[in-house]
Design a protein around this ligand. Structure first.
Ligand SMILES: [Zn+2]
Length: 140
């Protein structure tokens, strides 16, 4: 059996969103203190590390910090998108309805391959804590 060793680092940030079409109050404009648990895998280096934890910080955590922290995520097809993005340039239009599940898939499938391109690791799992009680997991 091949061994699998994973390295995980979490990152906390604040972000607004609304879930377009939600049948309850998640359709309202609101936000969360998100915690993303990034898990990467790769060959161990000469020191025995999957990666240095600072690599996760400088790539994945930094991307979230630059792109989503203290911003408001709206689906580009949300009927509110044109008006809200017109009055606030910090609104981020994303190509998906911003549920935690869709955010996780986007990070793992689209963003991580780009920001980890020059590293020797792959983001294989992302757990998103939307609240302290509720989380989603996306795994390759
Ligand atoms: Zn929410």
């Amino acid at each position: 059996m091949t061994k699998r060793i994973k390295a995980t680092r979490y990152h906390d940030f604040c972000c607004g969103h609304r879930v377009c079409g939600h049948e309850n109050k998640c359709a309202n404009l609101h936000g969360h203190n998100y915690r993303f648990h990034f898990t990467v895998e790769g060959e161990q280096d000469d020191l025995g590390r999957v990666t240095d934890f600072s690599v996760i910080k400088s790539t994945l955590c930094q991307w979230v910090e630059d792109e989503w922290d203290h911003r408001f995520l709206l689906w580009k097809d949300d009927p509110l998108a044109p008006s809200l993005s017109a009055i606030d340039s910090s609104v981020v239009l994303v190509p998906f309805n911003p549920t935690a599940e869709n955010m996780a898939e986007y990070m793992v499938e689209i963003i991580a391959p780009k920001v980890l391109k020059n590293t020797n690791v792959t983001l294989t799992e992302l757990i998103i804590d939307e609240t302290r009680k509720c989380s989603v997991t996306y795994s390759l």
